[in-house]
Design a protein around this ligand. Structure first.
Ligand code: CA
Length: 245
């Protein structure tokens, strides 16, 4: 894992956090790892920073003055230019239930406060690795299931030739489902292939993460969303109807 954890020097991270100590700690850790870091202390400041220059990733605290982290995320996802910017959400333990809503708004991952700076760096790198997955990593460049088409090289997804707006995580999840179509995959397996993290099956929040992303993915897939079947208590599989390639 260490070997491929190098950071491209140009990668920019926007840290949105109103608590100066925490913002400084995150900025310090990321800078030390070679990222270029910008910070914003409020929701409006964050949106302003993004409109100036779209970062490679955003670390977004949920509790912010002005506009909440969820509000910022919602606005980012609603804009074409920022709809797929990777976002790591920071959330307090007491917000446990709200967190699920945050994920539904399109966070790529979340981290519960208090967190270790090391863990944050690992998550950031994992998200960026997924977002920039090289096409030369093997496998088919075009992945299909009926009207769904994924261009692995360009990270473009389409449904019936209409562009699908997927976050990097949703893209990976859909790809994992299509590539192993018909086979049931546990949430743990999906976490490992789509999130690139070693998951403990007992981590309920991680499994909820998968559920939330599947729900969002189904919604985006419209009528073919039902092809993603829930295998109760276990995981998911993509079941393509008879006669569909
Ligand atoms: Ca805060």
């Amino acid at each position: 894992m260490e070997a491929d954890s190098r950071v491209k020097p140009s990668q920019r991270v926007l840290v949105v956090e109103d608590e100066p100590d925490i913002a400084a700690l995150i900025a310090y850790q990321l800078t030390r790892e070679g990222f270029r870091v910008e910070t914003a202390g409020t929701g409006p400041e964050a949106l302003k920073a993004v409109s100036r220059d779209i970062p490679d990733l955003i670390v977004l605290d949920r509790m912010l003055p002005g506009i909440s982290g969820d509000g910022v995320l919602q606005r980012l996802r609603a804009e074409v230019s920022t709809a797929t910017v990777p976002v790591l959400v920071l959330t307090a333990k007491r917000e446990q239930e709200d967190r699920i809503e945050g994920l539904e708004l399109g966070a790529d991952d979340y981290l519960t406060k208090p967190f270790s700076p090391r863990e944050l760096v690992l998550r950031v790198k994992a998200i960026l690795r997924r977002a920039s997955e090289a096409p030369s990593s093997g496998g088919e460049r075009i992945v299909r299931a009926g009207p769904i088409r994924l261009d692995v090289a360009s990270h473009h997804a389409s449904l019936k030739d209409v562009e699908l707006d997927l976050t990097p995580t949703e893209f990976r999840l859909l790809r994992a489902l299509i590539e192993r179509r018909g086979r049931t995959q546990s949430r743990k397996q999906l976490l490992e292939s789509a999130w690139d993290i070693e998951a403990s099956v007992s981590d309920r929040l991680h499994t909820r993460t998968v559920d939330m992303h599947v729900r969002r993915l189904r919604a985006k897939l419209g009528e073919v969303g039902v092809w993603i079947q829930t295998i109760r208590g276990f995981g998911y599989r993509l079941k393509v109807p008879e006669g569909v390639e």
